[in-house]
Design a protein around this ligand. Sequence first.
Ligand SMILES: Nc1ccn([C@@H]2O[C@H](COP(=O)(O)OP(=O)(O)OP(=O)(O)O)[C@@H](O)[C@H]2O)c(=O)n1
Ligand SMILES: Nc1nc2c(ncn2[C@@H]2O[C@H](COP(=O)(O)OP(=O)(O)O)[C@@H](O)[C@H]2O)c(=O)[nH]1
Ligand SMILES: [Mg+2]
Length: 194
Amino acid sequence: MADKLKDKKIIFVVGGPGSGKGTQCEKVVAKYGYTHLSSGDLLRAEVASGSERGKQLQAIMQKGELVPLDTVLDMIKDAMIAKADTSKGYLIDGYPREVKQGEEFEKKIGAPSLLLYIDAKGETMVKRLMKRGETSGRADDNEETIKKRLDLYYKATEPVIAHYESRGIVRKIDSEPPVDEVFKHVAAAIDGLK
Ligand SMILES: Nc1ccn([C@@H]2O[C@H](COP(=O)(O)OP(=O)(O)OP(=O)(O)O)[C@@H](O)[C@H]2O)c(=O)n1
Ligand SMILES: Nc1nc2c(ncn2[C@@H]2O[C@H](COP(=O)(O)OP(=O)(O)O)[C@@H](O)[C@H]2O)c(=O)[nH]1
Ligand SMILES: [Mg+2]
Protein backbone atom coordinates (compact mmCIF):
# COMPACT_ATOMS: atom_id res chain seq x y z
CA MET A 1 0.00 0.00 0.00
CA ALA A 2 1.38 3.35 -1.03
CA ASP A 3 -0.64 4.85 1.83
CA LYS A 4 2.13 3.81 4.15
CA LEU A 5 4.40 6.25 2.38
CA LYS A 6 2.23 9.28 2.89
CA ASP A 7 3.86 12.06 4.90
CA LYS A 8 7.32 10.49 4.75
CA LYS A 9 10.14 12.86 3.88
CA ILE A 10 11.67 12.13 0.52
CA ILE A 11 15.07 13.40 -0.59
CA PHE A 12 16.27 12.85 -4.15
CA VAL A 13 20.06 12.53 -4.41
CA VAL A 14 21.14 13.40 -7.94
CA GLY A 15 24.59 13.73 -9.45
CA GLY A 16 26.84 12.19 -12.04
CA PRO A 17 28.35 8.70 -11.77
CA GLY A 18 31.14 8.80 -9.21
CA SER A 19 30.17 12.24 -7.90
CA GLY A 20 29.93 10.86 -4.36
CA LYS A 21 26.21 10.27 -3.89
CA GLY A 22 26.59 6.94 -2.15
CA THR A 23 29.39 8.23 0.09
CA GLN A 24 27.32 11.17 1.30
CA CYS A 25 24.18 9.06 1.71
CA GLU A 26 25.99 6.73 4.10
CA LYS A 27 26.90 9.69 6.25
CA VAL A 28 23.33 10.96 6.24
CA VAL A 29 22.13 7.54 7.40
CA ALA A 30 24.63 7.61 10.26
CA LYS A 31 23.65 11.09 11.42
CA TYR A 32 19.93 11.31 10.67
CA GLY A 33 18.65 7.74 10.46
CA TYR A 34 17.16 8.14 7.03
CA THR A 35 16.66 5.03 4.91
CA HIS A 36 19.11 4.95 2.00
CA LEU A 37 17.83 3.40 -1.21
CA SER A 38 20.31 3.37 -4.10
CA SER A 39 18.48 2.51 -7.30
CA GLY A 40 21.72 1.14 -8.73
CA ASP A 41 22.23 -1.12 -5.70
CA LEU A 42 18.66 -2.43 -5.98
CA LEU A 43 19.28 -3.26 -9.63
CA ARG A 44 22.63 -4.92 -8.85
CA ALA A 45 20.92 -7.03 -6.17
CA GLU A 46 18.45 -8.24 -8.80
CA VAL A 47 21.35 -9.09 -11.13
CA ALA A 48 23.12 -10.96 -8.31
CA SER A 49 20.00 -13.04 -7.65
CA GLY A 50 20.56 -14.66 -11.05
CA SER A 51 16.89 -14.21 -12.05
CA GLU A 52 15.82 -13.99 -15.67
CA ARG A 53 14.99 -10.33 -15.16
CA GLY A 54 18.43 -9.82 -13.62
CA LYS A 55 20.10 -11.12 -16.76
CA GLN A 56 18.28 -8.57 -18.88
CA LEU A 57 19.18 -5.81 -16.45
CA GLN A 58 22.84 -6.76 -16.49
CA ALA A 59 23.05 -6.37 -20.26
CA ILE A 60 21.56 -2.88 -20.08
CA MET A 61 23.74 -1.75 -17.17
CA GLN A 62 26.92 -3.08 -18.73
CA LYS A 63 26.26 -0.76 -21.65
CA GLY A 64 25.66 2.19 -19.36
CA GLU A 65 22.09 2.59 -20.59
CA LEU A 66 18.93 3.19 -18.58
CA VAL A 67 16.81 0.32 -17.34
CA PRO A 68 13.08 0.69 -18.17
CA LEU A 69 11.42 3.19 -15.91
CA ASP A 70 8.75 0.90 -14.46
CA THR A 71 11.31 -1.71 -13.41
CA VAL A 72 13.32 0.71 -11.31
CA LEU A 73 10.29 2.50 -9.90
CA ASP A 74 8.62 -0.74 -8.77
CA MET A 75 11.82 -1.80 -7.04
CA ILE A 76 12.15 1.52 -5.23
CA LYS A 77 8.51 1.52 -4.20
CA ASP A 78 8.67 -2.04 -2.84
CA ALA A 79 11.82 -1.22 -0.90
CA MET A 80 10.22 1.92 0.52
CA ILE A 81 7.13 0.05 1.66
CA ALA A 82 9.26 -2.65 3.27
CA LYS A 83 10.93 -0.03 5.45
CA ALA A 84 7.91 2.21 6.05
CA ASP A 85 7.22 1.20 9.65
CA THR A 86 10.66 2.13 10.88
CA SER A 87 11.65 4.90 8.52
CA LYS A 88 11.42 8.62 9.15
CA GLY A 89 12.43 9.48 5.64
CA TYR A 90 14.11 8.26 2.51
CA LEU A 91 17.21 9.11 0.51
CA ILE A 92 16.50 8.12 -3.07
CA ASP A 93 20.01 7.83 -4.55
CA GLY A 94 20.54 7.78 -8.30
CA TYR A 95 16.91 8.46 -9.17
CA PRO A 96 15.36 10.20 -11.09
CA ARG A 97 17.73 9.72 -14.02
CA GLU A 98 15.46 11.59 -16.40
CA VAL A 99 12.56 14.01 -15.98
CA LYS A 100 9.99 11.33 -16.79
CA GLN A 101 11.27 9.14 -13.95
CA GLY A 102 10.67 11.97 -11.52
CA GLU A 103 7.16 12.58 -12.80
CA GLU A 104 6.20 8.92 -12.48
CA PHE A 105 7.69 8.73 -8.99
CA GLU A 106 5.54 11.63 -7.88
CA LYS A 107 2.41 10.07 -9.36
CA LYS A 108 2.97 6.71 -7.70
CA ILE A 109 4.70 7.65 -4.45
CA GLY A 110 4.93 11.32 -3.56
CA ALA A 111 6.77 14.59 -3.92
CA PRO A 112 10.35 15.18 -2.72
CA SER A 113 11.02 17.84 -0.08
CA LEU A 114 14.60 18.31 -1.20
CA LEU A 115 16.87 17.51 -4.11
CA LEU A 116 20.54 17.21 -3.21
CA TYR A 117 22.55 17.91 -6.32
CA ILE A 118 25.99 16.38 -5.77
CA ASP A 119 28.22 18.19 -8.24
CA ALA A 120 31.72 17.24 -9.35
CA LYS A 121 33.68 17.96 -12.51
CA GLY A 122 33.62 15.38 -15.29
CA GLU A 123 37.32 14.66 -14.97
CA THR A 124 36.93 14.19 -11.20
CA MET A 125 34.14 11.69 -11.69
CA VAL A 126 36.14 9.70 -14.24
CA LYS A 127 39.16 9.63 -11.93
CA ARG A 128 37.08 8.45 -8.96
CA LEU A 129 35.33 5.77 -10.96
CA MET A 130 38.55 4.41 -12.45
CA LYS A 131 39.95 4.20 -8.92
CA ARG A 132 36.77 2.61 -7.59
CA GLY A 133 36.91 0.16 -10.51
CA GLU A 134 40.17 -1.29 -9.16
CA THR A 135 38.21 -2.85 -6.29
CA SER A 136 34.47 -2.50 -6.90
CA GLY A 137 34.05 -5.50 -9.16
CA ARG A 138 31.37 -3.50 -10.98
CA ALA A 139 31.06 -4.45 -14.62
CA ASP A 140 30.32 -0.82 -15.51
CA ASP A 141 33.37 0.75 -13.80
CA ASN A 142 35.51 0.59 -16.93
CA GLU A 143 36.66 3.38 -19.21
CA GLU A 144 34.24 2.70 -22.05
CA THR A 145 31.10 2.37 -19.93
CA ILE A 146 32.07 5.29 -17.70
CA LYS A 147 32.15 7.52 -20.77
CA LYS A 148 28.67 6.39 -21.79
CA ARG A 149 27.30 6.89 -18.27
CA LEU A 150 28.71 10.42 -18.19
CA ASP A 151 27.26 11.29 -21.59
CA LEU A 152 23.86 10.02 -20.53
CA TYR A 153 24.10 11.93 -17.27
CA TYR A 154 24.66 15.24 -19.05
CA LYS A 155 21.97 14.52 -21.61
CA ALA A 156 19.18 12.97 -19.55
CA THR A 157 19.83 13.63 -15.87
CA GLU A 158 21.00 17.23 -15.71
CA PRO A 159 17.62 18.42 -17.02
CA VAL A 160 16.10 16.81 -13.91
CA ILE A 161 17.84 19.43 -11.79
CA ALA A 162 16.45 22.31 -13.82
CA HIS A 163 13.02 20.71 -13.61
CA TYR A 164 13.00 20.88 -9.78
CA GLU A 165 14.84 24.17 -9.48
CA SER A 166 11.68 26.18 -10.15
CA ARG A 167 10.15 24.61 -7.03
CA GLY A 168 12.99 25.89 -4.89
CA ILE A 169 13.93 22.46 -3.50
CA VAL A 170 17.35 22.06 -5.15
CA ARG A 171 20.49 22.40 -3.03
CA LYS A 172 23.68 22.26 -5.08
CA ILE A 173 26.60 20.74 -3.19
CA ASP A 174 30.16 21.06 -4.45
CA SER A 175 31.58 17.56 -4.20
CA GLU A 176 35.18 18.39 -5.10
CA PRO A 177 36.42 18.95 -1.50
CA PRO A 178 37.17 16.09 0.94
CA VAL A 179 34.20 13.95 2.04
CA ASP A 180 33.75 15.53 5.50
CA GLU A 181 33.80 19.02 4.08
CA VAL A 182 31.14 18.09 1.53
CA PHE A 183 29.05 16.52 4.28
CA LYS A 184 28.89 19.79 6.24
CA HIS A 185 26.96 21.29 3.35
CA VAL A 186 24.77 18.22 2.96
CA ALA A 187 23.93 18.34 6.67
CA ALA A 188 23.12 22.05 6.49
CA ALA A 189 20.68 21.36 3.65
CA ILE A 190 18.95 18.63 5.66
CA ASP A 191 18.87 20.73 8.83
CA GLY A 192 17.09 23.37 6.80
CA LEU A 193 14.26 20.93 6.09
CA LYS A 194 12.33 21.01 9.35
N1 LIG B 1 17.35 4.92 -11.94
C1 LIG B 1 18.31 4.12 -12.46
C2 LIG B 1 19.45 3.79 -11.71
C3 LIG B 1 20.40 2.98 -12.30
N2 LIG B 1 20.22 2.49 -13.57
C4 LIG B 1 21.20 1.60 -14.20
O1 LIG B 1 22.13 1.15 -13.26
C5 LIG B 1 23.46 1.58 -13.57
C6 LIG B 1 24.24 1.90 -12.31
O2 LIG B 1 23.50 2.82 -11.53
P1 LIG B 1 24.16 3.56 -10.29
O3 LIG B 1 24.73 2.60 -9.36
O4 LIG B 1 23.19 4.58 -9.78
O5 LIG B 1 25.30 4.24 -11.11
P2 LIG B 1 26.01 5.57 -11.17
O6 LIG B 1 25.32 6.73 -10.60
O7 LIG B 1 26.45 5.69 -12.61
O8 LIG B 1 27.20 5.23 -10.35
P3 LIG B 1 27.34 5.11 -8.81
O9 LIG B 1 27.13 3.80 -8.23
O10 LIG B 1 28.74 5.44 -8.87
O11 LIG B 1 26.39 6.04 -8.17
C7 LIG B 1 23.23 2.77 -14.50
O12 LIG B 1 24.33 3.03 -15.32
C8 LIG B 1 22.00 2.31 -15.27
O13 LIG B 1 22.31 1.36 -16.26
C9 LIG B 1 19.08 2.85 -14.27
O14 LIG B 1 18.93 2.44 -15.41
N3 LIG B 1 18.14 3.64 -13.71
N1 LIG C 1 38.16 13.00 -2.79
C1 LIG C 1 36.92 12.64 -2.66
N2 LIG C 1 36.56 11.39 -3.07
C2 LIG C 1 35.27 11.04 -2.95
C3 LIG C 1 34.29 11.94 -2.43
N3 LIG C 1 33.10 11.32 -2.45
C4 LIG C 1 33.30 10.09 -2.96
N4 LIG C 1 34.60 9.90 -3.27
C5 LIG C 1 35.16 8.69 -3.88
O1 LIG C 1 34.64 8.64 -5.22
C6 LIG C 1 34.17 7.32 -5.55
C7 LIG C 1 32.72 7.33 -5.98
O2 LIG C 1 31.92 7.63 -4.86
P1 LIG C 1 30.45 7.03 -4.70
O3 LIG C 1 29.94 7.51 -3.39
O4 LIG C 1 30.43 5.58 -5.01
O5 LIG C 1 29.75 7.87 -5.86
P2 LIG C 1 28.37 7.73 -6.61
O6 LIG C 1 28.69 7.08 -7.90
O7 LIG C 1 27.90 9.13 -6.83
O8 LIG C 1 27.45 6.93 -5.74
C8 LIG C 1 34.39 6.46 -4.33
O9 LIG C 1 35.52 5.65 -4.56
C9 LIG C 1 34.63 7.46 -3.18
O10 LIG C 1 35.56 6.97 -2.26
C10 LIG C 1 34.73 13.24 -2.01
O11 LIG C 1 33.94 14.08 -1.54
N5 LIG C 1 36.05 13.52 -2.15
MG1 LIG D 1 26.43 4.99 -5.99
